[in-house]
Design a protein. Structure first.
Lengths: 114, 116
């Protein structure tokens, strides 16, 4: 069982470059999320999706865009990377709205912007 | 609105002694509460969850947490720490209103050091 797979695992970008982080889940989950993790701040929600073709802003959406063209994939894009976007990015998915359904997290993408 | 405060950023314990990680929350709705653990350079693993059933919740690896509504707390405990418990722990609240996809709000994390 692959669960939630994030690619790449590591990346170094120069300021102003663009990139896309891919999250893929094989559990047929409706809901998908992108978080960033920074020291002392826990995880903060960037964007999320409640189904194929839908996306919504989270707590810290500026500088990021997302797309959910296929149910199993949730892409996070950085159009013009900035050093403030240096972080560890986690993708998560869950089955539905009922809070009894747990979240499954990917193993993270460590991004450094120089 | 919801928020989570983990009262200790670092906790140091000796192997074999009890562990207490403190968490207070605020939520406009009846919350679901979780504890996640993150080992170095790894993803997040669910330890346990409270979803309005029993207030004392047992999780994996000997951890348990008690939901106290009057104190808005959800402290995590383990009777006897093991070296493998060294990790960062996150207290998390989920909005159960159904709005915003039941997104999670994380505390700032507590890093646990276990001394031999």
């Amino acid at each position: 069982n692959a669960g939630v797979t994030q690619t790449p695992k590591f990346r170094v970008l120069k300021t102003g470059q663009s990139m896309t982080l891919l999250c893929a889940q094989d559990m047929n989950h409706e809901y998908m999320y992108w978080y960033r993790q920074d020291p002392g701040m826990g995880l903060r929600l960037i964007h999320y999706s409640v189904g194929e073709g839908t996306t919504a802003k989270g707590e810290v959406p500026d500088g990021y865009n997302v797309s959910r063209l296929k149910k199993q994939n949730f892409l996070l894009g950085l159009e013009s990377a900035a050093p403030s976007q240096t972080s560890v990015y986690f993708c998560a998915s869950r089955q539905g709205t009922t809070h009894n359904y747990g979240y499954t997290f990917g193993s993270g993408t460590r991004l450094t912007v120089v | 609105a919801q928020s989570v405060t983990q009262l200790d950023s670092h906790v140091s314990v000796s192997e074999g002694t009890p562990v207490l990680l403190r968490c207070n929350y605020s939520s406009s709705y009846s919350p679901s509460l979780f504890w996640y653990v993150q080992h170095p350079n790894k993803g997040l693993q669910l330890l346990l969850k409270y979803t309005s059933a029993a207030t004392l919740v047992k999780g994996i690896n000997g951890f348990e947490a008690e939901f106290k509504k009057s104190e808005t707390s959800f402290h995590l405990t383990k009777p006897s720490a093991h070296m493998s418990d060294a990790a960062e722990y996150f207290c998390v609240v989920s909005d159960t209103s159904g709005a915003a996809g039941n997104k999670l709000t994380f505390g700032g994390g507590t890093r646990v050091l276990v001394k031999p």
